[in-house]
Every structure is written in C-alpha cells, then in structure tokens.
Design a binder for this molecule. Structure first.
Ligand code: SF4
Ligand code: SF4
Ligand code: SF4
Length: 249
C-alpha cells in the first residue's frame, strides 16, 4: 500500500496548499476561464465539470480502490482543481471495472452513483487524431521495446495488482505483429461496439470508432507510437465529435 499512502500524503499537501492559494487569490470562486480552458479526463461517473469541482472533497477514496492505478490527483502543474482526481490516458487509462469501484467509493456525489457498471461509463470519445503515424495504416509491425512504458508504469507501483500483471502479459504478446492494439486492448464488455479494425484505402487497416466507445483512454495508453495516434476527447460524445466532423467535411 506504499504508493497509495504516498499519493495520500501528496494529496493532503497539495489540497492544503491549494485551499490556501485559493483564499489568497481572492476567495473560493472557480475561474470560469480556467474551467473552460482545461478539459481533463475525469474518473467514471464524474458529473459536469463545474459541479464536479464544487462537490469533490479531494478525499482520494476513488484512487485508493482503483486496481489499475488509473486515477491521479491533480497538482499545481495541472492548473485548476488542485487535489481533484483525473486520468492521464498517456500513462494509464481506465479499465472499466465491472462494478466501477471508484464510483462506489466516492462519498460526495462528485462521481454519480448511477454509474453502476462498465456500460454506464461515459468519459469521452476516442479519435484517430494522427492517422499518418498509425502503424496499422502504414503496415509497420509493432517494434521491440513498445512495452517499455507499461513495464515502467507497473514497476513504479509497489502494490502492483494482479490485473496489472496480467495486462502486461497480454500486451507483451503483440510484439512483431501488425498493430491492432487499440481494438484488441479495448476493455469494455462489448469492444466491437466501440472500435474495430477495418481495411484502409492504402492496403493496411485502420481503427474505426463507434458510438459504444466510453472514452476510457486505454487505446491512447496502449498505442505504441511515440505520440499516441489515437486519443480521447474528454467529456465529448460520439454524436458531438463525429457528426460535427461529418458536417464540416
Ligand atoms: S472503473 Fe476501475 S479502472 Fe476505471 S478508474 Fe474506476 S476503479 Fe479504476
Ligand atoms: S475505443 Fe475502447 S479503449 Fe478506446 S476509449 Fe473507446 S472504449 Fe476505451
Ligand atoms: S494502437 Fe491503433 S491507432 Fe495506435 S498504431 Fe496501433 S492501430 Fe494505429
């Protein structure tokens, strides 16, 4: 439990300093500009961002129960909402646990308890942001060393969970293959409703996203390109992103 304790110490330190900073800064008023300027991936069940910032008591309960160490607490570098939980999909996405324990653990309503199962999670939507770098499209086999980041992440936690060990084993097996990582690692109960590999006009394959995507961020985490080709747009729906894109084209 070493890491969780460390995280909690950091949390107490940052939340105390954060409150002091807010008071010195002129009161406990959230800057609308700051809220609008940041769009952070929040844990499952997170209510609307403004309400979330008002309700979250920064207790760290959600991160303590997460078996994947997906949830972090925002520090000063992250702008507004110091001490609030978020998910950095470049490091570790949310693995959509069946009973959503992070939501169950939240005592304040910042994570809505109506989010009871993986299918209820709606964090955002995945987007193939950089198709030019996608290994499946360029038909480039997954290179050796692609798994260094995940291995380093698991090594960085002293209380690594068996789920994290199994995850790495599954991941390791992809080396040298044509890339289907985003589709094959998608953790939701019915991944085909969220993403699948379809033939691309250049002869390879490409990931296609569907409205079953919950925006968990796992595809972003596992994408082996140096800057992930596929990324999650937090708090955005499939309709908002893909219908608007269609209208624009
Ligand atoms: S659903 Fe599971 S993996 Fe995702 S943030 Fe909650 S506890 Fe962590
Ligand atoms: S495609 Fe799958 S892995 Fe990617 S964000 Fe959507 S649900 Fe998560
Ligand atoms: S994980 Fe998906 S988006 Fe990333 S390189 Fe592989 S196929 Fe392309």
């Amino acid at each position: 439990m070493q890491t969780v304790q460390t995280d909690r110490r950091e949390f107490v330190k940052y939340s105390t300093l954060g409150i002091l900073g807010l008071v010195l800064g002129g009161g406990m008023v959230f800057s609308q500009y700051a809220i609008a300027s940041e769009n952070r991936l929040r844990p499952p069940g997170a209510v609307d961002e403004k309400k979330f910032l008002a309700l979250c008591i920064k207790c760290g309960q959600c991160l303590q129960v997460c078996p994947y160490h997906s949830i972090k607490l925002a520090d000063f570098n992250k702008g507004h909402g110091v001490g609030t939980p978020y998910i950095d999909a470049n490091e570790r996405g949310c693995y959509a646990c069946e009973a959503v324990p992070c939501v169950l653990a939240c005592p304040s309503g910042a994570l809505d308890h109506h989010c009871e199962k993986a299918e209820d999670i709606h964090m955002g939507i995945a987007v193939l942001e950089f198709p030019d770098t996608c290994l499946a499209i360029s038909q480039t086999p997954i290179p050796a060393g692609f798994n260094d980041k995940m291995r380093a992440f698991n090594n960085s936690v002293t209380n690594v969970h068996e789920y994290e060990t199994k995850l790495l084993e599954k991941f390791d097996a992809f080396q040298g293959k044509q890339c289907t990582l985003c589709a094959d690692m998608c953790p939701i109960p019915n991944p085909m409703s969220a993403i699948s590999m379809i033939p691309d006009s250049k002869g390879g394959n490409r990931p296609e996203i569907y409205d079953g995507c919950i925006g968990c961020g796992v595809c972003q985490e596992v994408c082996p390109t140096s800057v992930p080709s596929i990324v999650v747009k937090p708090r955005m729906s499939y309709e908002e992103y893909y219908s608007n894109k269609k209208d624009r084209s």
